[in-house]
Design a protein around this ligand. Structure first.
Ligand code: SAM
Ligand code: CA
Length: 247
């Protein structure tokens, strides 16, 4: 191959850097996805909540529109009925999940901040899905600790979305893995952490990114070596790692 010209090799399907196959190289391409495939299909209540959230001072915390579209479809493919979300904020990802579940589906949702959840609550009511949500105000970990000691909760969940305090992701993993059924899926959000996971140690990074980077690096390493799950590290949004429980 070395003496075959590069355009000829490309024509034949050979990629000069075969380890890097991502096409998403520009903001314009991302905008194209949103405008072509995401926004035209976004339910009105989701759009309303997305726009309300965009005016909130912490709007950067909300999951991306293409990511929640993906999560909604994933829940349907899993035939999910009982799920959990750790880290709700105004409820944009939670609303997508609630819309994807059957009418008797349930989501146990945790956040230390009720005020932000209440910004989204009118949209849950309008969409007719508020009855699927059991919102618990407070830190998730102590409740998970109680749940893992109760046989009725073990293996009871089809899906868990973890999108809260990054320092605790590994602690969540240890507990949530017992609560999800075999074949069920856990999604960890922000596992590319602003791209910082691959940045050199001395790269200039915003304080909060630098402060939490070590936790995400540790999580990624742990998940890659955890034999109890099959994983898929998706480069959607800020990185989403799916873990499917094997046994
Ligand atoms: N999933 C949300 C969405 O897509 O719009 C975004 C969640 S935001 C990134 C993280 C949330 O985790 C914040 O609302 C924060 O209050 C919450 N949080 C932080 N520590 C927590 C804890 N220990 N237990 C539960 N929630 C927590
Ligand atoms: Ca997130």
């Amino acid at each position: 191959m070395a003496n075959v010209p590069e355009d000829k090799r490309r024509e034949e399907g050979n990629h000069p850097d075969h380890a890097h196959k991502s096409l998403l190289k520009s903001d314009a391409l991302y905008q194209y996805i949103l405008e072509t495939s995401v926004y035209p299909r976004e339910p009105e209540c989701m759009k309303e909540l997305r726009l309300i959230t965009a005016n909130h001072p912490w709007n950067g915390m909300a999951a991306a529109a293409d990511e929640v579209q993906f999560l909604g479809m994933l829940l349907k493919m899993l035939n999910a009925k009982n799920t959990m979300e750790i880290g709700v904020y105004t409820g944009y990802s939670l609303l997508a999940a609630a819309l994807a579940l059957p009418d008797d589906g349930k989501i146990l949702a945790f956040d230390i901040n009720r005020e932000n959840y209440e910004l989204g609550l009118p949209m849950f009511k309008k969409a007719g899905v508020a009855h699927k949500i059991d919102f618990r105000e407070g830190p998730a970990l102590p409740v998970l600790d109680q749940m893992v000691h109760d046989e009725k909760h073990k293996g009871s969940l089809d899906f868990v979305f973890v999108d809260a305090d990054k320092e605790n992701y590994l602690s969540y993993h240890r507990r949530v893995l017992e609560l999800v059924r075999v074949g069920g899926v856990i999604g960890y959000d922000n596992t590319l952490w602003n791209g910082s996971v691959a940045a050199p140690p001395d790269a200039p990074l915003p304080d909060h990114v630098r402060r939490l980077r070590g936790h995400i690096l540790e999580l990624n390493k742990h998940l890659a070596a955890d034999p109890r799950v099959e994983i898929c590290h998706l480069s959607i949004a800020d990185g989403l790692t799916l873990c499917r429980r094997l046994a």
